[in-house]
Design a protein around this ligand. Sequence first.
Ligand SMILES: C[S@@+](CC[C@H](N)C(=O)[O-])C[C@H]1O[C@@H](n2cnc3c(N)ncnc32)[C@H](O)[C@@H]1O
Length: 278
Amino acid sequence: MAATAVRGDYPFTDRDFRTIAALAHENFGLFLEPCKKQLAYSRLARRLRFLGLETFGEYCDMLRGPLGEDELREMLSALTTNVTQFFRERHHFDQLRAEILPELLRRAKAGRRVRLWSAGCSAGQEAYSLALTILELCPEVSKYDLRILATDIDPVILERAVQARYPLAEREAIPVGMRKTHTVTDGDSFVMSEAVRRLVSFGELNLMEPWPMTGRFDVIMCRNVAIYFDSATQARLWKRFADLLTADGQLMIGHSERLSGPAADELRNCGVTSYRKT
Ligand SMILES: C[S@@+](CC[C@H](N)C(=O)[O-])C[C@H]1O[C@@H](n2cnc3c(N)ncnc32)[C@H](O)[C@@H]1O
């Protein structure tokens, strides 16, 4: 399908769009259909303005030049969204509390290693929601070998995640009891308690690249991330997650995502966009 003409001040040819789409796919598995040309223009025009460039042709040269690696990250950040919130898609946290965590905590108390992974964690709200849910069930969890790994490709958003400081308005999404015990207000923002922060380790990781982790995960949450990837990339990602789950591990994906490819044979649907290894 041919890309459409776009409105704007910076010349943006179909060839420029194809270059950007190819680089986004090669480096991040991002899928930019031709109909996304206007969207790409509006998201990237501010990069051109910031960099003092006059055409998308110059921008493509920069992406392929010596500064390309850093700018590719900026491009990804501009093309995707970091939108997230505490207890987003709450049904997953309800399922964790009622069905999954009691058994995982039993194992942790018996001395076993328990690991959860928030993959594509954005500013950390998803990982901290996991930590809050665990602490509600087991306030003394720090005595056990239970940890949450949270990763994202975007180093800027990860810096915010590590700070664990959020606008006060976001606090409303946290259940009252947890809010009282584990958040501290400070002017027009709030910070997560030490107990919550201690449970989570953040790291930079492009899901398209090799993963350094060797141990398996009991729960993997990768929600509203694969939505940007084409179907072959999604299927490969689901399979990599399935391979990294423990024998009865759980994969939770976003509300508009669907499990596909070989992983669909290895994981059984057991809740809304929630899958258990069989
Ligand atoms: C919309 S947020 C989702 C945050 C959270 N999982 C949620 O559902 O609320 C998508 C996140 O995926 C990250 N992301 C996009 N492509 C990625 C990739 N190839 N590897 C790792 N993270 C990626 C983005 O930086 C962004 O923070």
